[in-house]
Design a protein around this ligand. Structure first.
Ligand SMILES: Cc1cc2nc3c(=O)[nH]c(=O)nc-3n(C[C@H](O)[C@H](O)[C@H](O)COP(=O)(O)O)c2cc1C
Length: 189
C-alpha cells in the first residue's frame, strides 16, 4: 500500500526555506503520497475553545494527522527554540491527552537555517514535546541543514545542492522503512 506522509512546515513565511526543503521531498519520491498539513489558520490554543467544541480548523487539522501514516516536520528555529506557531499546532494535536492523534504517530524532523547550527536546538525541543504526547520520533538520523540560503535557487525557490538532496533522499527512505518496522505497542497508561 502506498504510504501517505503528512508535511508540516514550522514557518509561515511566503518564501520559507523550510517549505522549499519540504517541497523537495515531494519531488523526490513518487512512490509516496505527500499531503501538506497547514497550521497557519489554527487559533491560539485555549482550553475554553476546546470546551466549547473544537473550531473547524482544529478538527480538520487533527483529521489530516489521523489520515497519514507518518509526519515529517520541516521547521526553522527561533531564538534557539521551536517556533511558536509549530508549538501551538502541536498543543492542539496533543488533545485530548489520552487519545491524541499524535499518540504513536511516526514523526521525522528536518530543519533548515541560514545559520550554522542547522536548527539543532529547535529539533531537540520539538523531539521532547512530541515524546510528551507519545509520538514516535525517528530515533536516529538528524537533518540539520545549515547555510540553507546557499543551497537554494532563490529565483526559482528550489533546492539545488546535490549533497543535501541525496541526504534528504536517504532520510526519507529510512523514515518510510522505519514506519514499517515500528512495533505495535499497546498503550496501557
Ligand atoms: C524571531 C526569529 C528568531 C530567529 N532565531 C534563530 C535561531 O535561534 N537560530 C537560527 O538558526 N536562526 C534563527 N533565525 C533565522 C531563521 O533561521 C531564518 O529567518 C529562516 O529563514 C527562517 O526559516 P524560513 O526561511 O523557513 O522562514 C531567527 C529568525 C527570526 C525571525
Amino acid at each position: 500500500m502506498t504510504k501517505i506522509i503528512g508535511l508540516i512546515c514550522g514557518s509561515l513565511r511566503r518564501d520559507s526555506y523550510n517549505r522549499i526543503i519540504a517541497q523537495s521531498l515531494v519531488e523526490m519520491d513518487n512512490s509516496v503520497e505527500f499531503r501538506w498539513i497547514e497550521i497557519k489558520d489554527l487559533p491560539l490554543f485555549n482550553e475554553d475553545l476546546e470546551m466549547e467544541g473544537n473550531p473547524e480548523t482544529v478538527t480538520t487539522f487533527k483529521s489530516s494527522i489521523q489520515e497519514v501514516d507518518g509526519i515529517i516536520i520541516v521547521s526553522p528555529e527561533y531564538n534557539s527554540g521551536i517556533p511558536g506557531v509549530l508549538k501551538n499546532a502541536l498543543d492542539w494535536a496533543s488533545r485530548p491527552a489520552k487519545s491524541s492523534v499524535l499518540n504513536r504517530k511516526p514523526v521525522g524532523l528536518i530543519g533548515a537555517t541560514p545559520g550554522g547550527l542547522g536548527t539543532a536546538f529547535s529539533q531537540m525541543q520539538t523531539r521532547q514535546i512530541l515524546e510528551a504526547m507519545q509520538a514516535h520520533v525517528l530515533p536516529f538520523q538528524k537533518v540539520l541543514i545549515s547555510q540553507v540560503h546557499e543551497k537554494i535557487d532563490s529565483n526559482q525557490n528550489v533546492l539545488i545542492d546535490e549533497k543535501t538532496k541525496r541526504y534528504l533522499q536517504r532520510y526519507l527512505q529510512q523514515f518510510i522503512d522505519w514506519i514499517d518496522h515500528l512495533p505495535i505497542l499497546e498503550n496501557k497508561s
